[in-house]
Ligand binder design. Sequence first.
Ligand code: F6R
Length: 366
Amino acid sequence: EKGGYDHFMLKEIYEQPNAISDTYRGRMRVAEGIIKMAGIDDNLAKLLNAKRIIVIACGTSWHAGLVAEYIFEELVRIPVEVEYASEFRYRNPVIHQDDVVIAISQSGETADTMAAIKLAKENGAFVFGVCNVVGSSISRETHAGAYTHAGPEIGVASTKAFTTQITVLSLIALKLAERKGTISNSDFHYYLQELERIPEKVKKTLESNDHIKFIADTYKDAKNFLYLGRGYNFPVALEGALKLKEISYIHAEGYPAAEMKHGPIALIDEQMPVVVIATKKGHYEKVVSNIQEIKSRKGKIIGIVTEGDVTVKELADHVIEIPETEEFLTPLLATIPLQLLSYHIAVMLDKNVDQPRNLAKSVTVE
Ligand code: F6R
């Protein structure tokens, strides 16, 4: 049932090209320039008139929500707030009738997310669900929704659920942006084409597996890791750090690269591997100067870079290349090497990759 892979996690990492295309297939018609999603089409006026979008989720799904914040604000120009469900539900939040709440949950069973949805509904908000498990409690509790078509995710560490959540949220943002006129028609068409090319590019990224394994072997004994990114890649840094923590039990922190100088830079020494997402379109020059700051303090730099990169290659100890894509789609590619890095480190440390200690696949306790 692991399809020849040693672990479900690795199988699910490799399933991502198909999981992403399964998620947009039947919804996105590139040649005609159409996105059809029943849950969106049936509630279009509500969504287009939303004064604000509040995303509620936990863990990796919360990271997908953060990516969505950047995408929605850029493409649709609707203000977005991303909330941990557990914080949102306990603080008497301000919710208006013209707020749209998007709840994201792979399992569709997370107790805090469920309670936050109920609270939002009681306050009159329209709640849209993005779940993977069909018929799950959250998918039934929400007013409307769109499933990710990732297929069953068995490994406790979420991988293909994350990239397919971003895919669904991108489709929704593109559809609303086109309707609102916040992006041009030609950009809309171009973005659809770029999204269609993502599965191919994920495949290409997976070809770095052996090189990533080598990097994993080099740093597997580190006690701490830092993950840095800016813009769309900031949530990717958070997600990379979470993946490492949960399956290898190595302490890791994700940070917005520019926040380094406000504290965490004090941690940097020759023992500290720093994974920096430094792709061409995401504030590249700024990230390069962050890399120089780390290098001058002797940190070990693992750069996630765009194919053909020259500058970071010269500064970093290692680089992992990903294909170029539209900036807002970069998380779908930049996440892949981070998943593989944490996977290989955990395997080398002999940890239980698919069922890490203290963790459950669906968190039904509060
Ligand atoms: C991390 C992970 C958890 C879940 C979180 C939310 O790899 O799996 O952080 O993302 O428990 O779960 P769902 O998405 O099922 O609500």
